[in-house]
Design a protein around this ligand. Sequence first.
Ligand code: CTP
Ligand code: MG
Length: 230
Amino acid sequence: ARLWGVVPAAGVGQRMGAACPKQYLPLAGATVIEHSVQALLDHPRIERVVVALQANDERAARLPLLSNPRVLRAQGGAERCDSVLSALSALQKFAYDEDWVLVHDAARPCVSAADIAALVARTLESGLGAVLAQPVLDTLKQVDVEGRVTTTVDRQQFWRAQTPQMFRFAELRSALQRALAQGQLITDEASAMEWAGYPVQVVEGSASNIKITRPGDLELADYYLQQIAQ
Ligand code: CTP
Ligand code: MG
């Protein structure tokens, strides 16, 4: 089976509140999206990467990386999962059902080659879909609407999901389509796969694989990218 990349990059970056969508903000000599797409392109087994973009996205048109012959474009949708589904449709003419797809947020520019390699190795070895994730380090409180703690939960059971998330092409596409049609809340690929009944594994990733979300995250990302480069 072959490997493909999908990068949802059609968000508006509301929480960042910048003058442009956060994926186009400058970061360590490039833009956020270029680091994220390049991380997938750098993996030796990933054939091509489909990037889901807003319609008539002029900023994307100006990025040399998006003219790379291994980069394909798709039109993004209203929600992240719509953007991912659109990218998967664009892959339809290249990918076989049993091929693997790595879905990676445009907003996660600091993912390391080692973490992607670990995710790919574990997934190919087990044959089961998997996501990079981090164990929760803080004590977790369940809180009611008045802001009062109802209980402290066992944090050993909780992990924070990151991307890439790696699943078989046809299984992911159909799980996303069915979950959406049923009105399920789908915040990542894994949630659609879980809902469809597939086992999903976590592969421990790095704390540096942050999602650029709010002002201040860019400085942190810049720091992490310098660490990775050393
Ligand atoms: N995304 C997308 N299509 C959407 C919404 C989000 O492709 N309709 C992408 C974003 O571009 C981002 C990733 O999904 O790379 C993760 O989403 P998020 O961090 O929520 O980005 P935004 O939706 O842009 O940010 P915000 O929620 O603050 O508006
Ligand atoms: Mg969002």
